[in-house]
Ligand binder design. Structure first.
Ligand code: SP5
Ligand code: ZN
Length: 375
């Protein structure tokens, strides 16, 4: 339903953008309004697979610890989530997937109490010709049904951490819908690989999709979602692929060589009502920062022509030159430049943390974007 009262809150923004002013934002502040995830440390699986061997997880609790530490050191306060994302989660995810995820760890323990010390991994997937409409009784078979890879390990606190992260995303979107210029959702596990009914790429619940859907529910007619993570946001793209009310634009490593491999090509432009509202800008591994910023200009031009009421940024920092699993070349200073360019879109903005695995530099790189934006 359309609430004209809340929609009205977005009107001064459009007027001020057309006149080139930056004075129309309520809640402008030198500090970035940040929602943290108080339960993220409960998601601490030990291992993922690399070339058949178990290796320590790249997506580790220390990542967010570094970002929180840098935020505090630079004077940005952290706020606890104050919104329940459950109704919005039900809009962007399938009921049977949410039901599975919520109790997955208990189901795993029910097989054998000794599983408390062991990570579940899927080992079989319903690829072409196999059925995904019937849920198997076997737990590992259901885990495969709801997974796109074997690279998304689960732990005892995974559901609680993912749910609190979605709450943080909804909280950030709620503040922006109420008139704040920007808010940052500082969370892990990340979300942009998670689709309506599957996990993958370290992601369980799609926090950016929750933020975009929250903005749609609370007055924004059109939401632009820009994904700057090194990896294509296949989950977010698929959630909004047939919708015109959320424009998805992504700059990422070419899926011919980079994860997630099976989505993210330039010819994916949307379907049905969503035709023309999906923009993929894949770049070869090894692409320079200069070329990356050219792609950012293309994405920004499309977002400007879309006349969005609000922007969600899937803020992965793995385009960083020092990232251990990615192959772009942005410097820490380039992240400040990114934030400055996004500010010039003149849109209310929700930033949602995604990937970035140079953990010790993650705080600097994330906060550089936020401060470049004018946080
Ligand atoms: C949110 C996000 O950034 N997810 C990325 C998921 C990537 N999963 C595949 C990881 C492959 C790791 N390859 C290790 C190479 C070490 N040299
Ligand atoms: Zn990534």
């Amino acid at each position: 339903m359309f609430d004209p009262c809340i929609t009205h809150q977005f009107e001064p923004l459009r007027i001020c953008v057309r006149r080139g002013f930056f004075l129309g934002f309520a809640g402008y502040s030198a500090r970035m309004l940040t929602f943290h995830n108080p339960l993220h440390t409960g998601h601490a699986p030990a291992h993922e697979f690399f070339r058949g061997e178990r290796v320590p997880c790249f997506e580790m609790p220390a990542r967010v610890d570094y970002v929180e530490e840098t935020l505090r050191a630079r004077g940005h306060a952290l706020t606890a989530p104050d919104v329940d994302s459950a109704p919005v989660l039900a809009q962007v995810h399938a009921p049977r997937y949410l039901a599975f995820l919520q109790t997955a760890w208990q189901q795993w323990l029910a097989l054998d109490p000794a599983n408390a010390a062991v990570q579940p991994f899927p080992s079989v997937w319903p690829v072409r010709t196999l059925r995904s409409d019937v849920e198997p009784d076997n737990f590992v078979a259901r885990l495969g049904l709801y997974s796109m890879d074997n690279g998304t390990p689960m732990a005892a606190g995974t559901w609680a951490a993912a749910k609190a992260g979605a709450d943080a995303a909804a909280s950030a979107a709620a503040r922006v819908a109420q008139g704040a210029r920007a808010a940052f959702c500082c969370t892990r596990p990340p979300g942009h690989h998670a689709g309506a009914d599957f996990m993958g790429g370290y992601c369980f619940l799609n926090n950016a999709a929750v933020a975009a859907q929250w903005l749609r529910n609370h007055g924004a007619q059109r939401v632009a979602l820009l994904d700057v993570d090194y990896h294509h946001g296949n989950g977010t793209q698929s959630i909004f692929y047939d919708r015109a009310d959320v424009l998805f634009a992504s700059i990422h490593g070419d899926p011919r060589t980079e994860y997630p491999f099976y989505l993210g090509h330039a010819d994916e432009t949307g379907a049905g009502e969503g035709a023309g509202f999906n923009l993929n800008l894949p770049l070869p591994a090894g692409t320079s920062a200069a070329r990356w910023f050219e792609a950012l200009e293309q994405a920004c031009a499309r977002i400007a022509s879309y006349r969005a009421d609000a922007l969600v940024v899937s803020l992965g920092l793995d385009a960083f030159e020092g990232d251990p699993i990615s192959r772009f070349a942005l410097t820490s200073e380039d992240f400040t430049r990114l934030g400055g360019r996004l500010a010039r879109l003149g849109l209310r903005t929700v930033f949602v943390l995604e990937g970035g695995y140079a953990a010790a530099e993650l705080g600097t790189n994330a906060v550089n974007v936020l401060e470049g934006f004018g946080a």
